[in-house]
Write a protein that binds this ligand. Structure first.
Ligand code: NDP
Length: 334
C-alpha cells in the first residue's frame, strides 16, 4: 500500500518514514526542494522512496500536482507545519502554512485522491493544553482555547499554538461538513525528544524540541538551566512515529484524536541523566541545578493511545541518551 508523507525533511517525519518503510509501505514524501528530496531518499537507503517538491504548503492547490503525478495513495500523513521559536509575522509564517496547508491538502485529497482511505495529521499538545487554566487531567477531550486574534496580538506566545489548534479544528470541520472519501485520525503529541535525522546538515538545522538537549551538551547551560516551564511533558519520537503508523493500520483509530505523551520531565532531570550516563560531558552541565518540576504539575491520561494504538512508552533516560548519542555520532565535535 502507498502512503503520501508531507514534510519529509522534518524530525518527526524522518521517524515516521522509517516506521512506514519498516512496515512495508511504499512512501512518497514531499519536500520543499529537489535537494531536500534527494537527501531524504539518500537517508533511507537501501529502501527506495519517491519525492515530490511542494515548495510552500500555504499556496492554493499546493498538493494538487502530487496527486496528479504520484497517485494512487491509500493513506496520507500530514506532518508539515512550521515549528520554531523566532516569530516575526504570525500569519505568513505560522497561521497560513498550518491552516491553509491543512485545508488545501484536504481539498486536494477530496478532488484528486479518490483511493485515499485515511488522513493522519500531526497535531500537537499545543491544541490540547490550556496553560492559563489547567484541568486536573488532560486527555483527548481537551482543546486549547487559543484564537487567531491571540496569535496576532501575542505572536511569541501564541502563533504556534493557534496555528496547531486552528489547523486541527479546520480538519475536523472539513471532514464533518464535506463527508469526503477518507476519514481522519489526529496525533496530538507533546514535546518530542529523540534521535535526530541521519542526514541533518548542521547543529543549527536541528528541530526545535531537541534544542535544549543540544544546548546542554554544548555547554551553553553550564551556568544554569532555563526554566522548564511551560513545557513539562515529553514523548520519544519513535513512539510518535509508531502512533502515526498505528493510526493508519488500526481500523478503529479513524475519527479519533490521540494524546501521545510519555511522561513528565524537567531540564534538571535531563541534565542529571546526561551527567550520570555520559560522564565525559559532565563538566558542560550545571553542577547544582534546581528541579523546577512543580509538585502540583498537571497530569495526563494517555490510556487511549496505549489501548487503541498499542503504544508502550519509552523511558526518559533512553530517549535522552539516544538523542545525545545521535548528536555526537553525526557531530563528534559538538
Ligand atoms: P521540523 O521543523 O523538523 O519539521 C517541520 C516540517 O514542516 C519540515 O519538513 C518543514 O520543511 C515543513 N514545513 C514547514 N513549513 C512549511 C511550508 N510553509 N511549506 C512546506 N513545508 C513546510 O519539526 P518537527 O518534526 O518537530 O514537527 C513536525 C510536526 O510535528 C509539526 O506539525 C509540529 O507542529 C508537530 N509537533 C512537533 C512537536 C515537537 O516537539 N517536535 C510536538 C508536537 C507536534 P523544511 O525542512 O524545508 O523547513
Amino acid at each position: 500500500e502507498r502512503v503520501l508523507l508531507t514534510g519529509g525533511s522534518g524530525f518527526i517525519a524522518s521517524h515516521v518514514l522509517d516506521t512506514l518503510l519498516d512496515a512495508g509501505f511504499q512512501v512518497v514524501v514531499t519536500a520543499r526542494s529537489d535537494e531536500k528530496g534527494r537527501t531524504i531518499a539518500e537517508s533511507v537507503k537501501p529502501h527506495q522512496i519517491c519525492y515530490a517538491v511542494v515548495e510552500d504548503i500555504a499556496k492554493d492547490g499546493a498538493f494538487d500536482h502530487v496527486f496528479q503525478i504520484q497517485a494512487p495513495f491509500d493513506y496520507v500523513v500530514h506532518t508539515a507545519s512550521p515549528y520554531y521559536l523566532n516569530v516575526q509575522d504570525p500569519v505568513k509564517e505560522f497561521l497560513d502554512p498550518a491552516i491553509k496547508g491543512t485545508t488545501g491538502l484536504l481539498r486536494s485529497i477530496k478532488a484528486h485522491g479518490p483511493t485515499v482511505k485515511r488522513l493522519v495529521i500531526t497535531s500537537s499538545s499545543a491544541a490540547v493544553l490550556n496553560p492559563d487554566n489547567h484541568p486536573k487531567v488532560y486527555d483527548e477531550t481537551c482543546w486549547a482555547p487559543t484564537t487567531y486574534e491571540d496569535a496576532i496580538n501575542h505572536p511569541a506566545k501564541n502563533a504556534y499554538k493557534a496555528s496547531k489548534v486552528l489547523a486541527e479544528k479546520a480538519a475536523w470541520e472539513f471532514v464533518e461538513n464535506e463527508k469526503p472519501n477518507f476519514d481522519l485520525a489526529v496525533i496530538n503529541c507533546t514535546y518530542v525528544f529523540g534521535p535526530i535525522q541521519r542526514k541533518l546538515a548542521s547543529l543549527e538545522a536541528m528541530n526545535t524540541s531537541n534544542h535544549r538537549i543540544r544546548d546542554m551538551i554544548q555547554g551553553e547551560k553550564r551556568d544554569g538551566l532555563d526554566p522548564t516551564a511551560p513545557v513539562f511533558t515529553w514523548v520519544d519520537v519513535r513512539d510518535v512515529a509508531l502512533a502515526h503508523l498505528r493510526a493508519i493500520t488500526v481500523p478503529k483509530a479513524g475519527g479519533n484524536r490521540f494524546y501521545v505523551v510519555g511522561g513528565h520531565f524537567s531540564n534538571k532531570q535531563i541534565a542529571d541523566i546526561i551527567r550520570e550516563k555520559v560522564p565525559s560531558l559532565a563538566d558542560r552541565l550545571p553542577a547544582d541545578a534546581v528541579d523546577d518540576l512543580p509538585d502540583d504539575v498537571f497530569s495526563f491520561n494517555n490510556s487511549k493511545s496505549r489501548q487503541v494504538l498499542g503504544i508502550d512508552y519509552t523511558s526518559l533516560e533512553k530517549s535522552i541518551l539516544d538523542t545525545v548519542g545521535s548528536i555526537l555520532a553525526l557531530f563528534p565535535d559538538a
